[in-house]
Design a binder for this molecule. Structure first.
Ligand SMILES: Cc1ncc(COP(=O)(O)O)c(C=O)c1O
Length: 465
């Protein structure tokens, strides 16, 4: 139990947090982060932690980028708030939409701004309904998603997500969402099944699902190009082109959730480019502002927009909007993010350092506790197993990765994200990370990994190594 009247005590008294065990959180309190510099954050006792998860996969430019901070301050002085509803707009939102329209892989796109990835994905469900109702296809509303996909926390976005604990006791998912197998070869391939056969099986599953539900009832398929929170799952290279072919055949849209993958995370500007996807819509958030201000964008193609406009004409009014969507300060920061991508040649930097990241993370494959290593760009995961040869996982699932995460943080001042796919630690450091800092990050992780290996070997949790 946190003592005295510390920030942690007061927090435990007053705040209900997410993604934790509520009682544990109340008893132990949080670690309170009060400052940051570059890829490091500081707790209230002044301890510096290397942030290998970029906060919540979002602080692309680290924790004290002067240009981003200045952009927010400048806009606060100019116009701290105005809305973008009911025939009003603000310059930063207009400039941002114009700039994004030149770089997204959707021709003639329209942008709808919101505050979070969850909101934008929720609105995607609403817009899908509005569009199909508008063009006279009211039955075409179902969305296919994938088990272990993550799309946010609101009723709709949590329903799109395929993580059981996000549904249990919340009475989710809502209707018209269907979950199919995720392209996680390490976990889901049958014994002896190669990656091509695995892809064939998943493509067949999608096709069978569409046929059995009726293609006329399926509006879209949503996917993170590389799923993040589900465990950094990188599908076989022919998976998306084959999925896309089936979707196109049945007139089903591809909804790309770029909330983690967008803005260079996977090596190219968009996850869709890295993974060979032609999206009908995209959801952007997180690195859109480097996490400095809340902002998301739902990007829709012209066909969807035209259909919605036609429907609105009939109905007379588009009954949707939020107070803070297109917030001028958030949009000003996002504009600066796009500027910095150019002025600091970020894609070149990412290409250089990600080669080092991929090489360093791959070295963990040799470690006796590591069953699988996955990486693309500056997104990676290391998955632990109890028996490497027999691919035996730890029970209960996640218990060892959680201990490893805690040990890395407490003893080596390294923050990594433990994700709910097996015993997996994910890495998504700020994109500004240097090669030396990558060495430092994996050096700290390596020490923690060796320590946890010693501990659990003594406990008999793994096969003798
Ligand atoms: C892929 C993806 N989509 C959507 C979301 C939800 O975004 P937010 O937390 O901003 O609501 C997240 C959050 O982690 C995410 O990873």
């Amino acid at each position: 139990m946190p003592q005295g009247n510390s920030a942690a005590t007061r927090d435990a008294r007053h705040i209900l947090h997410g993604y934790c065990n509520l009682a544990d959180q109340r008893k132990n309190g949080p670690s309170v982060i009060s400052g940051g510099q570059g890829i490091y954050v500081f707790d209230e006792n002044g301890n510096a932690f290397l942030e290998a998860a970029a906060g919540m996969w979002c602080t692309a430019f680290g924790f004290n980028d002067e240009e981003l901070i200045e952009a927010a301050i400048e806009q606060l002085y100019k116009l701290p708030y105005y809305h973008t509803l009911a025939y009003k707009s603000v310059n930063p939102a207009i400039d941002l939409a114009e700039k994004l329209s030149k770089i997204v892989p959707i021709h003639n796109a329209k942008f709808h701004f919101a505050l979070s990835g969850s909101e934008a994905n929720d609105f995607l469900i609403k817009f899908t309904r509005y569009y199909n109702n508008s063009i006279g296809r009211p039955e075409k509303k179902k969305i296919i998603s994938r088990i272990n996909g993550f799309h946010g926390a609101t009723l709709g976005a949590a329903s799109l997500s395929g993580i059981p604990v996000m549904h249990k006791a919340f009475d989710l998912p809502i209707k018209d969402i269907i979950h199919i197998t995720e392209p996680n070869w390490f976990h889901n391939a049958y014994i002896g099944e190669n990656s091509n056969d695995f892809t064939n099986r998943l493509v067949k599953e999608l096709e069978n699902t569409i046929i059995s539900e009726g293609p006329e009832t399926i509006a879209g398929f949503i996917a993170e190009p590389i799923s993040g929170a589900g465990g950094v799952i990188i599908p076989p290279s022919n998976y998306y082109p084959r999925i896309q072919k089936i979707l196109d055949h049945h007139d089903i849209m591809f909804f790309a959730d770029e909330v983690i993958c967008g803005f260079g995370r996977t090596g190219k500007m968009w996850g869709c480019e890295s993974m060979d996807i032609q999206p009908s819509t995209m959801t952007l958030a997180k690195s859109l502002t480097s996490g400095y201000q809340p902002l998301s964008a739902l990007v829709i193609n012209d066909t969807m927009y035209q259909g919605m406009e036609k429907g609105c004409d009939n109905i007379g009014f588009f009954g949707h909007g939020t107070t803070y969507g297109g917030h001028p300060v958030s949009c000003a920061v996002a504009l600066k993010v796009l500027d910095i991508f150019e002025s600091r040649n970020m894609l070149k930097h990412i290409s250089k350092v990600s080669a080092h990241f991929e090489k360093r993370i791959a070295e963990f494959k040799k470690h006796p506790l590591v069953g699988n290593v996955r990486s693309k760009g500056l997104l990676g995961a290391i998955e632990l197993v109890a028996d490497k040869n027999k691919k035996r996982f730890f029970e209960p699932k996640g218990s060892v990765a959680k201990r490893l995460r805690d040990l890395a943080e407490e003893r080596h001042r390294l923050i990594v994200r433990q994700v709910p796919c097996g015993d997996t630690c994910a890495f998504s450091p700020p994109l500004i990370i240097t090669e030396n800092e990558i060495d430092d990050m994996f050096g700290r992780f390596s020490l923690a990994l060796d320590q946890i290996t010693d501990e659990i070997t003594k406990e008999g949790l793994i096969n003798k190594i």
